[in-house]
Design a protein around this ligand. Structure first.
Ligand SMILES: [Fe+2]
Ligand SMILES: [Fe+2]
Length: 264
């Protein structure tokens, strides 16, 4: 088993510009940064809302080992029929049990077993989810012993809820990373008991935008309260996330660094 693992964890992939950047550049980024594993949140991969099977396959083919999802999971009609066939796609674990999809994705790389789960936060979120703490605890108890590296994602609006989640799982998992706000936070650190933490990885998509959408329609909607169509923005495309270094003997993190790459 390799003694340490370098994980690139990417924030929400927003629309075609981010998909194309990943398709054209992820393989070379993996080589440049010597990355062993890539995880990305794909909840906005198709036109900024949801993901289709075709786009999940494209991201996986480009080198994303595991695709996590969030509150936009069911935005693409028909994905509920496709999700079970995609063994590398991880749905939020605190959705109702009868929802399709995997709540824990496990795979092996260089002799290391890696597990990934995602939970939804409950503060200021429109989707009705069960307790994220209990959902992640359940997975940890039932399957945590079977993996060397455990990556837990909290897809949530409130920083307080994410930070609380990080403290709760410090020393129990390799990393807790936040997603959903699309804005990268500068609070990355390894917590005292060895869990890498960041409140939000940021987004993969246009940064000349309002969280990935064209600026003017969003401004119009926010200022005037009149509904607008929010097209996915295309300028200043960046991939944002974090690189996490995990010691595989302990399953704990040695280091976490923010990651941001701009499309040239
Ligand atoms: Fe998102
Ligand atoms: Fe979200």
């Amino acid at each position: 088993m390799q003694s340490s693992l370098k994980v690139l964890y990417l924030g929400d992939v927003v629309g075609r510009p981010a998909r194309e950047f990943i398709a054209s550049s992820l393989a070379s980024m993996r080589r440049t940064h010597d990355i062993d594993v890539v995880v990305a949140n794909g909840e906005n991969a198709t036109s900024g809302a949801g993901i289709t099977r075709e786009h999940a396959e494209l991201l996986h083919g480009a080198g994303v080992d595991v695709i996590t999802l969030g509150d936009h999971i069911w935005d693409r009609h028909g994905f509920e029929r496709d999700i079970d066939a995609l063994e590398y796609v991880c749905r939020p674990a605190n959705l109702p049990n009868e929802c399709p999809g995997r709540t824990f994705v496990v795979f092996e790389r260089k002799g290391v077993k890696i597990g990934v789960c995602v939970v939804l936060g409950r503060l200021f979120m429109k989707i009705n989810a069960a307790c994220p703490f209990e959902a992640a605890e359940r997975i940890l108890k039932s399957s945590g012993g079977n993996v060397d590296v455990f990556l837990a994602e909290i897809h949530a609006e409130a920083t307080s809820e994410k930070i609380a989640f990080g403290w709760h799982f410090d020393g129990k998992v390799s990393a807790v990373v936040g997603t959903h706000t699309h804005v990268q936070t500068a609070d990355e650190r390894v917590l005292p008991k060895g869990t890498a933490y960041i409140s939000d990885l940021g987004m993969c998509g246009s940064h000349e935008s309002v969280i990935g959408r064209e600026i003017l329609p969003v401004l119009h909607s926010i200022r005037l309260g009149m509904p607008q169509k929010f097209a996915v923005a295309t300028e200043d495309v960046r991939l944002n996330g974090a690189i996490i270094y995990v010691a595989t003997s302990s399953g704990l993190a040695k280091k976490i660094s923010r990651f941001s790459e701009k499309m040239s």
